[in-house]
Design a protein around this ligand. Sequence first.
Ligand code: NDP
Length: 476
Amino acid sequence: MEIMKYAIEGYRDVEALEYLGIFGNPIKHTLSPIIHNTISRNLNKNMRYIPFQITDNLGDAVKMAHDAGIVGLNITVPYKQQVMEYLVDIDEAAKVIGAVNTLVRCNKGYKGYNTDMYGLAKSLVSEGVKLEGAKVIMLGAGGAARAVAYMCLKYGADRVYIVNRTFENAKNIADDMNAAFDCDKIIPLSASDYYIIPNGRYIMIQCTSVGLHEGDGLPLISDESFFEKAEIGVDLIYNPAKTPFLKLVEENGGKAINGLGMLLHQGVKAYELWNDVEISEKLIKNIYKALCRVSYDNTDNIVLVGYMGCGKSTVGRFLSMACGYDFIDTDEIIEKREGMSTSDIFSNKGEEYFRKLETELLRELKGKLKNTVIATGGGMPVKEENRALLKELGKVFYLKASLDTTYQRVSGGTGRPLLDDLDGNSLYNKIKEMTAIRTPIYTEVADEIIDTNEISEYEVHKVIAASMSSYAKDVE
Ligand code: NDP
């Protein structure tokens, strides 16, 4: 599939019966694969979700995706408006909002929807927040704010103030939405006019990007007493989990809701549109837990150790897709840096030199990785210092295989340095000798041992993901 040239690293070789994906730039840190791949696995669908980094020629990429049979796409920054030019149809709500984040395949192209609006509405319902008859203050008037303003009117808000740095942008949204709903409930204000808003308790929805970065303060208005109006504070930002705005809302006794629920529910709605299914509440809750863990727990790296041929790289790539983790392979990093294969490093510079590079690499990675799967070289844990470093890096899984299984897996000729030029009995005996030494070492370093003899690499990744509790299981 030509479109695969845009897939980000770790996803290019994914094979499935059907594909979903997301277009954006940048796209590397998207959490969406967690949502969609988890749902597919729970529904036993052979359907995989791929992040595509589209830097230009959006129209060509949309066509390529359709030619490749891709069932559905999400669209994110910076293409939510631009993509509308390349669709065969657009849902009425998305037209009014003026942005599309979901493409559903039809005969001659894709139809565009906006599930952001639905995502926030569902997130508010699940938090027990009612929009009907509510008074709302929106801070910000960018692309996401358009969907929020639409949502407020659609779900019956009584009055909505949009406060923005650039008054014109707030006015444009107010004019468009008031016209679409034939009302005058939305009132645009520039930030300096905030005092015009009458006293009372409001649902305050923070739609600016202020709060995303460390050191950011309150959005738009520095007068802290203004935020006492927020009975409920909603921030579209989900990372950090609590922005200065949400912290202040809580200090004032209000309820604080961040944007992770919106992200979750826009994704679930998109999946439902793509597949004409309804996702159970239980599965949705489990995905939410996985998103929380990946977003807010920075320490959970997965380290894979084991003898050559045990499937570390393949399992690592599956895990990276299922959990939205980054993936690194220590052998690949060393090969790239040295400009030669592991076998060539062994034969030209010796095993000791290679082991030294491994230790240096581990020292370098210490403390720098987050949410990453690390596939290690087979001999890496042999050095005691490496074992300590591996344990510091993350949770260590030993992918264990019997002597016979290992022999079968590596006997096809694999370019592995310590087994080169061996065949038949001598290969079997060499593996026997090496596994006798290494098995206790792998066992010592492992936090968990996975027996891989009877199960495929695909199944191994499921066992590990479940163990990390990042993998939502719907046991209904
Ligand atoms: P846009 O770039 O379209 O809009 C940004 C908004 O923030 C504008 O109102 C802009 O004001 C305002 N703004 C930016 N910088 C400042 C500043 N320094 N001071 C005051 N105002 C500022 O972004 P989006 O609307 O697409 O996204 C907004 C936020 O919502 C982002 O943080 C994004 O991550 C989040 N989001 C979350 C989603 C979720 O699923 N949880 C989904 C979509 C977005 P002005 O008009 O004056 O330029």
